[in-house]
Design a binder for this molecule. Structure first.
Ligand SMILES: Nc1nc2c(ncn2[C@@H]2O[C@H](COP(=O)(O)OP(=O)(O)OP(=O)(O)O)[C@@H](O)[C@H]2O)c(=O)[nH]1
Length: 203
């Protein structure tokens, strides 16, 4: 069955500078846990089999956590073309991680599939006292590149599940599996569902 094979081959990759929180983001999604304290940089690519079935979408993408450090980049490039979706993270308390997003997007356009689903995420939104990147700056950049955007926290879990859910819905929609949603728009979906920092019970 062609449609099923499209879904089972789906690969989601997490990208962004070293220390923006990719590994924590993945652990928060997988286990609902946050590891604080020691920071162990990812070496090359960390393969994790992820199961989004609990979101009742029956999509099972393996999710690849990549290393943000420059010296591992060539390893990462080799995997770009296999990814159907990319979560691109920066850290709202780290200016250079935000400034480097353009470079990441250039790399993505060079190495990834042309129709790859990209989502921009401003992580560590729980650390409001050290914020240096405003939400509006993330929104403006995302609009320029036509990608969905939200702020997240791998610590509190804010919008973590939503990021994977939105990607799963978009991929299902593209594969013709999203019955009852004739014109799914990932950007509209994210805008209507996302939590804002300072709102609700997260912060
Ligand atoms: N407060 C807060 N800290 C975070 C958050 N996400 C990650 N951290 C912290 O940031 C540091 C780096 O997190 P990692 O997940 O290891 O970063 P990474 O992007 O995987 O780094 P590389 O593997 O080198 O690419 C750790 O000390 C985490 O505890 C978050 O949402 N909020």
């Amino acid at each position: 069955n062609f449609q099923i094979s499209v879904v089972t081959k789906t690969i989601v990759m997490l990208l962004g500078d070293s220390g923006v929180g990719k590994t924590c983001f993945l652990i928060q999604f997988k286990d609902g846990a946050f590891l604080s304290g020691t920071f162990i940089a990812t070496v090359g690519i960390d393969f994790r089999d992820m199961n989004i079935e609990r979101l009742s979408l029956k999509v099972r993408p393996p999710i690849w956590d990549t290393a943000g450090q420059e010296r591992f980049r060539s390893v990462t490039h080799a995997y770009y073309r296999d990814a159907q979706a990319l979560l691109l993270l920066y850290d709202i308390t780290n200016k250079s991680s935000f400034e480097n997003i353009r470079a990441w997007l250039t790399e993505i356009h060079e190495y990834a599939q042309r129709d790859v689903v990209i989502m921009l995420l401003g992580n560590k939104a729980d650390v409001s006292s050290e914020r240096v990147i405003r939400s509006e700056d993330g929104e403006t950049l995302a609009r320029e590149y036509g990608v969905p955007f939200m702020e997240t926290s791998a610590k509190t879990g804010m919008n973590v599940e939503l990021a994977f859910l939105a990607i799963a819905k978009e991929l299902k929609y593209r594969a013709g599996l999203q019955a009852g949603e004739p014109s799914f728009q990932i950007r509209d979906y994210v805008e209507s569902q996302k939590q804002r920092p300072g709102c609700c019970s997260f912060l």
